[in-house]
Design a protein around this ligand. Structure first.
Ligand code: PLP
Length: 424
């Protein structure tokens, strides 16, 4: 595969951008990432003209794939041509807010921001402001963006910043516990119950190999937060408008959080985040309440129209049926291959999320430690050495999940299964 142009672009990028990239995880494709020229349905074409079948889909936002259907494309073009933004409200912000409120039962009010990170930063501040408490409980292996309160390693007794540049005193307000560990959560509440503002969790860990919640785990989190007057925040930046369709993962699990953070799909491929939830809590955001929150680009009209048209198209055109069916075919096919060729591995995922995890015992991981104990270094050999050479673009490491889009076809699934069969 010729990659001269990508290599030349990477050299240029390295001299003007740290690590040659604008987001840490993009650098994980070694020795250098391929640079994309354009998308095409379920595929991307790189700077050297190589075509890849794309299961990364922008790391999640592209529910419809790279070819936006007419109403979505036309809406975006119309808005952009009317002047991109104004610094005063527009109707389409209200339209998208109403759409989300209509479809996600826990969301009575919503505020739009510009990224998933901004959404979780604001949700944590809101929870602290609403409850008057300081601490938050998070899950080890959960990812909530590049923010100070959640870039935390260690455990409940020894929380430490996971990045340089974060004061230890920030991490002291965060309590990391293993996913699916009710006992650890109970202990945290026994020790700090009256100072815990919220439990913040992804409904399904989507940034650490895909880990599913144990039966009853989210119900337990709902009960324990209620008991102690804390909030339950679901971070649905990945699962929102993907798992459980327009109702999101919370309707699939039948658990109602107080707050939900959104990102990715709700902006139809443009920069977005949102915090939705009970009106009484969301009303604490300024200017209605005392919790400051603001953003020049928040509720950007082009993003809002892209999100609204994407979700409306999904509602009216069987998008979830399509992506979930292909997801089932992929997971079933991969499970057969793994059973036959590498029974120690595990196939994880649901709806349009999937991942092969290089576990050592064929047991589905229950938490981040189980994924960490997998043969994670294998990923590089399988992706870089095998799948990419076969023209299949998978997420850049063992931890991030992969996504099916409306642009994918049965043939794409067949080709991918064939490639996995050879690669594994
Ligand atoms: N929360 C979750 C669950 C995510 O997966 C991500 C990003 O992948 C974020 C928050 C941060 O979103 P963003 O990258 O848009 O800041």
């Amino acid at each position: 595969m010729n990659d001269d142009n990508s290599r030349a672009l990477y050299d240029r990028a390295l001299s003007v951008m740290p690590g040659g990239v604008n987001s840490a995880v993009r650098a994980a494709i070694e020795p250098y990432p391929f640079f994309v020229q354009k998308g095409d349905g379920g595929h991307v074409i790189d700077a050297d003209g190589n075509r890849y079948l794309d299961w990364v889909m922008g790391l999640g936002p592209l529910l419809l794939g790279h070819d936006l259907p007419d109403p979505v494309r036309a809406g975006i073009q119309r808005k952009a041509s009317e002047g991109p933004m104004y610094g005063t409200p527009t109707e389409v912000e209200v339209d998208l807010a109403e759409f989300v409120v209509r479809h996600v039962p826990s969301v009575e009010k919503i505020r739009f921001v510009n990224s998933g990170t901004e959404a979780t930063v604001s949700a944590v501040r809101l929870a602290r402001g609403y409850t008057g408490r300081n601490k938050i409980v998070i899950n080890q292996g959960g990812y909530h963006g590049a923010q100070e309160s959640t870039l935390v390693d260690g455990d409940a007794d020894d929380p430490r910043p996971s990045s340089a540049g974060i004061p230890q005193s920030f991490s002291e307000h965060t309590i990391p516990v293993p996913f699916n560990d009710e006992e650890a959560v109970r202990e945290a509440f026994e020790k700090h119950g009256d100072d815990i503002a919220a439990v913040l969790t992804e409904p399904i860990l989507g940034n650490y190999g895909i880990v599913h919640p144990a039966e009853g785990y989210h119900e337990f989190l709902r009960d324990v937060t209620d008991e102690h007057g804390s909030l339950l925040i679901f971070d649905e930046v990945i699962t929102g408008f993907r798992v459980g369709g327009l109702g999101c993962a919370q309707t699939e699990f039948g658990v109602t959080p107080d707050l939900t953070t959104f990102g990715k799909i709700v902006g139809g491929g443009f920069p977005v985040g949102a915090i939705g939830g009970r009106a009484e809590i969301i009303e604490q955001f300024a200017p209605a309440g005392p919790v400051f929150q603001a953003g020049t680009f928040s509720g950007h009209p082009v993003t809002m129209v892209a999100g609204l048209e994407t979700l409306q198209f999904a509602a009216e055109n069987g998008v979830y049926e399509h992506v979930d069916e292909l997801g089932d075919r992929l997971r079933d096919g991969l499970s057969e291959i793994v059973a036959d060729q590498a029974p120690e591995y595990t196939v994880a995922g649901t709806a349009s999320m999937f991942k092969v995890i290089f576990t050592r015992d064929g047991e589905a991981p229950k938490n981040a430690a189980d994924v960490k104990n997998a043969e994670t270094d294998r990923w590089r050999r399988v992706f870089w050495g095998q799948m990419k050479e076969r023209g299949i673009f998978l997420s850049q490491n063992q931890f991030e999940c992969q996504f099916v889009s409306y642009g994918h076809t049965d043939e794409d699934v067949d080709r991918t299964l064939e490639a996995y069969k050879e690669a594994l």
